[in-house]
Structure formats: C-alpha cells, structure tokens
Design a protein around this ligand. Sequence first.
Ligand code: PDD
Length: 278
Amino acid sequence: MLYVDGKWVEADQLSVHPEDRGYNFGDGIYEVVRIYKGKMYQWEGHLTRLLRSAREIKLDMPWTAEELSRIADELMARNNITSEDDATLYLQVTRGVAPRVHDIPSGIRPVIMGFVRRKERPLADMKKGMTAKVIEDIRWLRCDIKTLNLLGAVLVKQYAKEAGAQESILHRNGTVTECSAANLFMVKDNELYTHPANHLILNGITRLDVIELAKANGFTVHEEPFTVDFMMQADEVFGTGTTVEVMPIISIDGQPVGGGSVGPVVQKLQQLFEERIT
Ligand code: PDD
C-alpha cells in the first residue's frame, strides 16, 4: 500500500498528473529511511533533513513533523512490517501540480507519496567489499539538498557500471566529494578523512553516525577536502549510506586499496554500526 496525496492506494492505482512538477522538473525532495527489524532507524534525522530540504527549495510543507511521523508509522503498519522485517521506507514530496512554468507558481499545493519495500541488508558486499571507479562529479552545486532531481547521480552510477565497477567515487577538479548515493571516507595511518558537509555533498545520516562512532572510539576524523591522489594512497576506503551501511571499497580504477581486502578500521566501524542498529 502506498500513501499518495492523502489516500491509501495500491501501486497500480497510482496516477501521476502530467503537470506534477516532480514529474516535469524533478521539483521535489525525498528521504530513504532504513527499517531494521520492524523499526525505523534515525527517523528523526531523516525528518529533520526532509524539512531542511523543503526550506532550501522554498517548498512550504503543509504537514507537521508529527503528521509525517504518523504517515511513516502507518506505512509500516499497512504493509505488515513486523519485527522480523528489514525494509526501506521511501517518502517524497513534490511541489505539486500547476501549468508548466519554470518559476514557482503561487498557491501551489505539495503532493506527498510514500511506500515501503522489504529489503535485505547488503551483508555479502559489506563482507567482501566493492569495486569503484573515479568519475567527474557532474552534479549541480546544491548537493546538500536531497532533491528528486537525480540525473547527475544516475549518469555517474551508470558510467561506473559500464566501466565494470560497482560504485562511482566522484571528484571535482581532483577533490573527492562522495559517491553517487553514499558518502565517502578514507583511512590513512589510522585517521579518517571525509569531505566537509557543505553544498558539494549530502550530509548523510550514516556519515554522521560513523563520525560520531569513530570519534567516540578514539579515531581522529578530518572533515576536510582531500584529493584523488591522496585517496589512491589510502590504507582503506569506504562508503556510508542508508542502503550501503558501511561499505568497504577494495579497489579503485582497477588498483587495490591498501592490501586489496577489507581493512581493520572499516571492520571495526562495521561492528560499531551493527551494535547501534541491533
Ligand atoms: N542516498 N550522498 C548521496 C548523494 C546520497 O544520495 C545518499 C543517500 C548519501 C547517504 O546519506 P544517508 O546516510 O543519509 O542515507 C550520501 C539514498 C539512500 C538514495 O538516494 O537512495
């Protein structure tokens, strides 16, 4: 069951208005929330970010935080998510329907849509690690907003796939930003490096978790820009995100990272993350 603009419907009953601005322009925002064993993980963080994204795109949200929480809870209940289930919840808000002009029509009413899908955790990849390719970050300059406009992310992921890699690591003029749908960390001499949370990356909920866990366990974390060349000298590299959790990257552009297998720091962070979600 989906929640669409105030109604509960099945997927095949959903119709999208041809002039919904989400459909025409990608004019809207979204969140992907993990459900572990029937419970939403870091819902408050996702909710806060959704409301921030709305403000940043000048979208007036007609729902309170409590109403959005109720919608999320009801999505889980109506889809019979139990304490046995791992799943994801997807929630999007488009600006709404109006005759197609680029500027924001006044009086427009946002349209909300949400669904839940059962989804296993990526345990095999987390154990084995992934391959990645370095690709130019062709996205826009407000990557801090979780917008529906994802064509840049779609293309960079596709370029990586066509090059035979599982993940894309993005750079702007030689500075590493993040992955197509995850943040990126590297480890050098037991210290962590990740791009600062500014307009060039999404400030991931998992990123914040990992920074907090790492610091609490004695690691130094540098939230500062670093180059592709520096990353190629890393002992370990990993991505973080709602869908990939803490994902080791064991080869970049065909070169092994560190020893070419999953390293001790990422294993430690995986273990700490595991303790937090279970
Ligand atoms: N993507 N960076 C980008 C560009 C992302 O799209 C995401 C998440 C992240 C990680 O953020 P978080 O830890 O809050 O999930 C970083 C979601 C999962 C997606 O688009 O499917």
